[in-house]
Design a protein around this ligand. Sequence first.
Ligand code: VG1
Ligand code: CO
Length: 543
Amino acid sequence: MHINHIQSQAFLDQKPGTSGLRKKVKVFQQAHYLENFVQSIFDTLELPTDATLTLGGDGRFYNRVAIQTIIKMAAANGFAKVIVGQGGILSTPAASHVIRKYQTFGGIILSASHNPAGPEEDFGIKYNTANGGPAPEKITEAIFAKTKTISEYKIADIPQIDIEKLGETNLDGFTVQVIDPVRDYADLMANMFDFSAIKKLIASGFNIKFDGMHAVTGPYAKEIFINRLGAPSNSLMNCDVSETFGGGHPDPNLTYAHDLVEILYGNAAPDFGAASDGDGDRNMILGKGFFVTPSDSLAIIAANATLIPAYKQGVAGVARSMPTSGAVDRVAQKLNIPCYETPTGWKFFGNLMDADKVTLCGEESFGTGSNHVREKDGLWAVLSWLNILAAKQQSVESIVKAHWAEYGRNVYSRHDFENIPTDAANSVIDHLRGNFGAMTGQSFGRYIVKTCDDFSYTDSIDGSISTKQGLRILFEDGSRIVFRLSGTGTEGATIRIYLEAFEPDVTKHHLDAQEALAEMIQIALQISQLREKTGREKPTVIT
Ligand code: VG1
Ligand code: CO
């Protein structure tokens, strides 16, 4: 096999964010841009002679081009084999499972997740390690360091591989295996959940609606809901993968999945609705006319986990990202199991899961999952709910309300201000940070500030420290406001404001979160001077 060494110049903007490197497709299309980043990943690895790479993506525009390039570079950089999903498809949780099941050295996932797709939109790439999880910061920092000094990359002179056809191709001792992207994952789900109970529930007339948002979960949903669980085909919407994700924004929340939301809040609404994002790791759960916040969803899955066959022995511990509400903490306390608080991003859960400290994890950003893989998992969350619904024979709303009655309600909302000029966004954060001292002890309406801090995290397994992971304003009564800048956007900056208040009083549990949090929302705007500094009156997205 002939290997070309191509001279190249470093790009200085290849810093991975919360979940891999995300840029506009146009940026990735620059000569050598993708190659430099891939070579920088490979340069940080010490490969054994039989190393296999898992490769797949969410099917967005540029996926197929990138797959061919990466196969050739893997061959040139000493991988013995690449396992690639047919058509270049692997959802993020399915890729994590493939890495683990076939014990591959690592994996490359091509996705910009919930960001829109198409020639004018976003592309992304991330590296996952042998445990199936996103590379920890130590590795992403090493990759970034390489990208700044790289001067050449290696690429093999081999023909294009037909990734549409299942099977193996051998080229001078290098093998490419094209696998069914769905089957292993669907088998895993069937082993974890009580499929016969869910099947019976659906056959009894329990109506479900799943929105694939034109993205990667479509084929997985067809196999699982239709073929294996017997749901009628009209239970699915937007389940054909398109390279542009139908021109939409594949983010399963009340704003971007509004078609599904309208169905669930309309006449003759189904009993259960759900959606997943671009790469299949997020989920939104809806009941008839009812929305379950991701923070509550995590808490409710934890509280009912023993109804699911895979967790019938119980849960070792739980973890949530810092901005996620404390609802799951209350469940952990009752179950007498540990609850960990980590920075935003799934990479921080990996060590805890590998050390068997936690079984379930979640983020407020519509991410929920368990130690069955090392990524958040959208369909897993949907199946968790269906399994719990089948076991309890109650509606989504009554399960959530009963949970609140037992544990109290952590009223929660996130307000996102997207695409703000970077300087303006930084000035909001700097202003808040500068006022920490003055704010402590101050009263705002009925809230008194107890402390303010910049969240930092020490990993209890490897001792690594991550600083500046979000500004927290903690009030005397346990309520809090958190400010963070997004690390996944590709245009300007996004300020996220996370709001949380605890409501023990059951007579107030029916209140809309925006109403219940109205005063705190005003306080957040006041103390941050967000309106003054950005000129924005209203958030772009409220979840
Ligand atoms: C967002 C979410 C975070 C999530 C990340 C990746 O990051 O807030 O919780 O882990 O997206 O999710 P940020 O830095 O923009 O707030 V996914 O589904 O886009 O890979
Ligand atoms: Co995602």
